[in-house]
Design a protein around this ligand. Sequence first.
Ligand SMILES: [Zn+2]
Length: 161
Amino acid sequence: MKRLRDYLELSFEEIYTVDRPTLGRNADVSLIRALILSIIRYLGFNAASKLYHAGMYFGGELGVSSIDDMKEIFKELGIGIINIVSTEPMVIRIEECVECSGLPNIGKPVCYFDAGVIAGCLEGILGSEVKVVEKNAVLWGMTIANLRYIHYQIKYCKIIL
Ligand SMILES: [Zn+2]
């Protein structure tokens, strides 16, 4: 399986380095969302799956070794705040998600990349296959004002916290 650096010839450490003395390392959340939605639009067939797998590669590149590491890097990169809701089945809640928090309810999942990043991180921690499913029931039933977090159900995951 090819890794991110095989395609881009850049490691995560290299892309983490930022040389922007005036603007710094932060960009607006709307730019990230526009980038992801543009990619979905132009990928066409199976775009969601491709974005999920792209997220998995990236998650694997992060090299996290524990849930605490994953929580820390999600917060550090501004992806979102991870809360473990339950372990059997494992359910993770992402608060202040960079991809969806504050978006209007469009009636379908939008956080394919994030779900893949979680899967890639968990596979690195466990050394085995993990599938992350965006649980829409919680999100879609809520009003826009309450649209502040999303749940992911983790399949094939046996982490004891
Ligand atoms: Zn989200």
